[in-house]
Design a protein around this ligand. Structure first.
Ligand SMILES: [Zn+2]
Length: 423
């Protein structure tokens, strides 16, 4: 990895302070210095800057036995609004957050699997975003959008979406043309890692993995307090590493990928192999089918328990590969399958992880279920948009509606203003 510049270190420190304030609610500068490990002077400088900008506010004062009272700081929820958007394979979800990252309202619409051209999906996403913005009188400071598959956040492009067979779709330009707002684009694995980062500031140090289990499978990788993106932002595509050479067909085109076994279609495929007549297979909705599977496990159904044990074997071996590769301090299991089957699946997977991972690496890793539920990707994208805004406060003046906008300042993570594209 390239060495960090002084500006990178300033950003890293400022984000560590803001995230710690977010988790604490109210906190003094002295406590912030203790928690972040930064000097009192550095914390003071960061807080003064953020107070001047109105991002922080003085929330309360604690009387001191001697000397001046201690001022507690908090994020100022009235500074503005942030929008986190998840474009998933089956739906678009847009959620408005205040600048204390509290969820306010949300809008959602399904994506018709027969209407999934880039133009169809952009039209649907813009419709949901516009519906969400219309609920508030304030324009968002920034909008973070997650799209499935390989995404180039700098170019604002969906490089490859296996589910929709998209290649090099200029998603951000297409959305910007509709919305004219400061937008940034990323991938759900990166969004989940950012959401965990904002919820658990202790992840700022050390190496951690957030393993996502849903329709797709992947990993957000935090190394030394920084999100690891790789050369083209596709680091963490753990779901498309091979578990069984020449195995099941994966939707990415390869065979035997991890996702083909522990993603929701893979789990249902395992069920089909064990009991092709299972009524759970009648449900076309994957979430409903997996919810039924979880319920059947609770009722002691032997077929359902066999499916979970078999899936746990696949998961355990795949997790062991991750652990051997990265030697992380923490592996958090997230995603909707993590929420649905998590403890049962993880307990059954542990012996396989232990049997397959390097013993010292296994012992050094804490395996846990993520505490974040619900639309975590939207939270992560709102937090990502907030970080981008903290880096580029000038974007807050941009008008959302294209008809009244002369915006040409579409920003992307990393501080590079991106050309607006064809208009
Ligand atoms: Zn694959």
């Amino acid at each position: 990895m390239a060495s960090r510049t002084a500006a990178d270190i300033r950003r890293h420190n400022a984000f560590a302070v803001v995230r710690s304030i977010h988790v604490a609610g109210e906190i003094s500068r002295r406590e912030l210095a203790d928690i972040t490990g930064l000097s009192f002077a550095t914390v003071g400088t960061i807080c003064t800057d953020l107070l001047t900008r109105g991002v922080l506010m003085e929330a309360s004062r604690d009387a001191a036995l001697v000397g001046r009272p201690t001022t507690n700081l908090a994020l100022n929820p009235d500074h503005g609004l942030l929008l986190g958007v998840e474009i998933a394979e089956a739906f678009v979800h847009a959620e408005t957050f205040d600048t204390a990252l509290r969820s306010l309202t949300s809008s959602e619409a399904p994506i018709d699997s027969h209407a999934s051209t880039p133009a169809d999906v952009v039209a649907k996403a813009a419709e949901v975003i516009e519906a969400e913005v219309a609920k508030h009188n304030t324009k968002p400071l920034a909008i973070g959008v997650s799209a499935p598959g390989a995404v180039d956040p700098v170019g604002g492009t969906s490089v490859f979406s296996p589910y929709w067979a998209w290649h090099n779709v200029p998603l951000l330009d297409m959305l910007s043309d509709r919305l004219g707002a400061p937008l940034l684009l990323d991938n759900p694995l990166k969004a989940l890692a950012i959401a965990e980062f904002w919820s658990r500031p202790e992840l700022r140090d050390g190496d951690h993995v957030i393993a996502y289990l849903g329709t797709g499978v992947g990993a957000g990788v935090l190394i030394g307090g920084t999100l690891f993106r790789g050369r083209s932002n596709t680091a963490g595509e753990w779901g498309h590493t091979v578990l069984i050479a020449g195995g099941r067909q994966c939707r990415c085109g390869a065979k035997g990928c991890v996702e083909a076994y522990i993603g929701s279609p893979g789990i249902l495929e395992t069920l089909r192999g064990i009991d092709p007549t299972s009524p759970l297979l009648d449900d076309e909705d994957q979430v409903e089918a997996l919810t039924g599977l979880a319920r059947a496990c609770d009722e002691g159904d032997p077929t359902a328990l066999t499916v979970v044990r078999t899936t746990a074997h696949y998961l355990g071996v795949a997790l062991a590969s991750l652990i051997n590769l990265l030697n992380p301090q923490t592996v958090l299991i997230g995603g909707w399958i993590g929420a649905l089957l998590g403890p049962r699946l993880l307990d059954a997977a542990r012996p396989y992880v232990e049997a397959s991972a390097f013993p010292t690496s296994y012992q050094a890793t804490t395996l846990e279920i993520s505490a974040l539920y619900g639309y975590t990707v939207a939270l992560g994208m709102a937090a990502s948009a907030f970080e981008d805004y903290l880096d580029h406060p000038a974007t807050k003046t941009t008008s959302l509606l294209k008809t009244t906008s002369n915006n040409n300042d579409s920003r992307v993570p990393g501080g590079r203003a991106r050309p607006k594209g064809k208009q």
